[in-house]
Design a protein around this ligand. Structure first.
Ligand SMILES: [Zn+2]
Length: 125
């Protein structure tokens, strides 16, 4: 079986069709990426905003309920416990650096402050 010019033309047409289809698929993919990217960015922005709102609500809830006798959520006790541990570690770091920490806000202070310059809490009697 000989390979003639008609076979060659068929082959070229077939390759050409395949390449065209690949090109169309690629441009469809590119268009999808172009269309989806701003939506994805918008989604990330919205999700980030939502996360920030939950976080802020958590702080507000904690502040309102940290002294509850029978807290509704065990996270309250966990937050209080980790806050105490953080205060302790900050205090140790301050001690090593020759400083002290505010007992209220936990900021590092030079020794000798009567009031915390960050939150106004009285440091020494
Ligand atoms: Zn303070």
């Amino acid at each position: 079986m000989a390979f003639d010019s008609k076979d060659l033309k068929n082959l070229v047409d077939k390759v050409s069709d395949t390449l065209s289809e690949a090109g169309r698929n690629l441009s469809a993919t590119t268009k999808t990426v172009i269309d989806v990217t701003p939506l994805t960015l918008k989604l990330k922005e919205k999700e980030s905003y939502l996360e920030k709102q939950y976080f802020e609500l958590g702080i507000l809830y904690y502040q309102d309920h940290e002294k509850d006798e029978n807290p509704e959520y065990e996270q309250l006790a966990r937050i209080t416990a980790i806050r105490d541990e953080i205060k302790e570690v900050r205090s140790k770091i301050a001690e090593v650096r020759g400083k002290e920490t505010c007992p209220s806000c936990g900021e590092y202070l030079e020794k000798g402050h009567t009031y915390c310059p960050h939150c106004g809490t009285k440091i020494k009697v």
